[in-house]
Write a protein that binds this ligand. Structure first.
Ligand code: FES
Length: 160
């Protein structure tokens, strides 16, 4: 467990973050972290101050099969708020993102999307990414659907 997750104070979500603070919420778990802009130690995963770097600092699971070098799509995120405060996607990120399952207009790669200013950010980890196993290639849509169907069947059996 990182030092940050131990020291994370309670966050009053009814208030906007104080000036110079960064607040990031990871959905669907609704885990929110907050820190002063420019103080996050680099955790050596993805670009410094990337959303993957934030997740790693606070022990929030965001898969990153390639180690954060824009060579997979396992860190795929949907940006639900704060897109204007993120770095612009470069060509290599856009080319890679196009290969991600479930790509949307608000898709970014967590290892490449860098927080450039204080503010509020909300990101969603696609549900298939939470149990994603990279075996040298991205899962196809049918493989993802099969995996999700198995998970539903498992939950159904467990509830009986
Ligand atoms: Fe592989 Fe982001 S971790 S592209």
């Amino acid at each position: 467990m990182s030092q940050n997750s131990v020291n994370q104070p309670t966050i009053d979500l009814s208030q906007t973050p104080a000036p110079n603070m960064v607040r990031v919420t990871f959905e669907p778990e609704h885990r929110t972290v907050e820190f002063e802009y420019g103080t996050l130690p680099y955790d050596h995963h993805g670009k410094p101050m990337s959303l993957l770097d934030v997740a790693e600092n606070y022990n929030i699971f965001l898969d990153h099969a390639c180690g954060g070098v824009c060579a997979c799509t396992t860190c795929h995120l949907y940006i639900k708020a704060g897109a204007d405060g993120l770095s612009q996607a470069e060509d290599d990120e856009m080319d890679r993102t196009d290969l991600a399952p479930g790509v949307q207009l608000n898709s970014r790669l967590g290892c490449q999307a860098v927080i450039t200013r204080p503010g509020t950010y909300v990101v969603e980890i696609p549900k298939w990414n939470r149990n994603y196993v990279q075996e040298g290639k991205p899962l196809t849509a049918s493989e993802i659907a099969a995996k999700e169907a198995l998970a539903v069947a498992d939950r159904t059996l467990e509830s009986k």
